[in-house]
Design a binder for this molecule. Structure first.
Ligand code: NAD
Length: 328
């Protein structure tokens, strides 16, 4: 098959080439959107990632260009108009679970770094500053953790935090019996957020979850709580979170995703004037740690993404059951 891969970085090319069973692949560094959709002419399949925008307009351009299949190199599919794709007869397949440990462990890395301030200690020691001033942390042992969404990633995250001796509270529309048996206490969103020392978001971005963290839900947070988002930026109302940081309601914020990340993340903008006022405000807080959507970036996850992507393409070509097809 002739496949166009969008939003390509060196690591995508490396892993896709390693597992390519013989397709003709063209790699584009640019993201797919209305401006770049013309590049899909002559390709039967396109392979996209989190910040490629496949709305109705793009889908019509893909259809006109002869694209028959869309494969996502990720789990989330909020960037694709699934209904419009279905109407145009273009199947959309994703990688539903690739090393959920990768993202769960990254959420844990954000927690430990924010708490024990190892990023600050590293810089201090490099400059000959061996002071411990302002490096005070807290024990995770016995702390209450609220997990919003206990699917593949949230479930692993619960297990990791159990290992630290934390008390786990969870909110999910489908509670997980195995977690309940292991002592995780499910409740409503309100019950789960209340009293938690750390809130970690692991639910998908949908209409029902957009801005699930907003001025109202932040009122339920314990004063000085930590909020971690490795899921999707749109789960958080950023101006409301900034306000909560300013008042001290939020004591720590760890983000691997950001609602307007499409214009920023995955690029080196160190010599540019960044126009996004919200991210600049977030970066200015001493208790905010932002990584640019790297939760998935482990060798194991990249291998699984590549193999599942080629299995998805194989299922389409050989009329097998497309088990990873995204439905409306
Ligand atoms: P999943 O589908 O296995 O789990 C999602 C869970 O959320 C499910 O248990 C579901 O019942 C629950 N849920 C759905 N709607 C909900 C609601 N309204 N309220 C509460 N819970 C709800 O997904 P996953 O593999 O665990 O991934 C979770 C999210 O992590 C993805 O949607 C994606 O956005 C994000 N992700 C981020 C990275 C990264 O690199 N940072 C990588 C992979 C995935």
């Amino acid at each position: 098959m002739k496949i166009a891969v969008f939003s390509t970085y060196q690591y995508d090319e490396e892993y896709l080439n390693q597992f390519n069973p013989g397709h003709k692949i063209t790699y584009y560094a640019v993201a797919l959107n209305e401006q770049t959709a013309a590049l899909t002419k002559g390709f039967e399949a396109i392979c996209i990632f989190v910040n490629d925008i496949v709305n109705e307009e793009v889908l019509h351009m893909l259809k006109d260009n002869g694209v028959k299949l869309i494969v996502l190199r990720c789990a989330g599919f909020n960037n694709v108009d699934i209904k419009a794709a279905e109407e145009l007869g273009i199947p959309v397949l994703r990688v539903p679970a690739y090393s959920p440990e990768a993202v769960a462990e990254h959420a844990l890395a954000l927690i430990l770094t924010l708490n024990r301030k190892t990023h600050k200690a590293y810089n201090r020691v490099r400059e000959g500053n061996f002071s411990l001033e302002k490096l005070m942390g807290f024990n995770l042992h016995n702390r209450k953790i609220a997990v919003i969404g206990t699917g593949n990633i949230g479930r692993i995250f619960c297990k990791l935090l159990k290992g630290f001796g934390c008390e786990l509270r969870a909110y999910d529309i489908y509670p997980n019996q195995e977690l309940i048996d292991n002592g995780v206490i499910y409740g409503t969103l309100e019950e789960t957020l209340k009293d938690a020392d750390i809130v970690s978001l692991h639910c998908p971005l949908m209409d029902s979850t957009r801005h699930i963290i907003n001025a109202e839900s932040l009122k339920l947070f314990k004063n000085g709580a930590m909020l971690i988002n490795t899921s999707r930026g749109g789960l958080i109302n950023t101006p409301d979170v900034i306000e909560a940081l300013k008042t001290g309601k939020l004591g720590y914020l760890g983000l691997d995703v950001y609602e307007q990340e499409g214009k920023l993340f995955f690029q080196n903008l160190s010599e540019d004037i960044i126009q996004d006022e919200l991210i600049i405000r977030l970066i200015s807080f001493p208790n905010v740690l932002i990584t640019s959507h790297q939760g998935f970036l482990t060798k194991e996850a990249m291998e699984q993404i590549a193999t599942t992507t080629f299995n998805n393409i194989d299922a389409f070509i050989n009329h097998k059951e497309m088990v990873n097809r995204v439905g409306v």
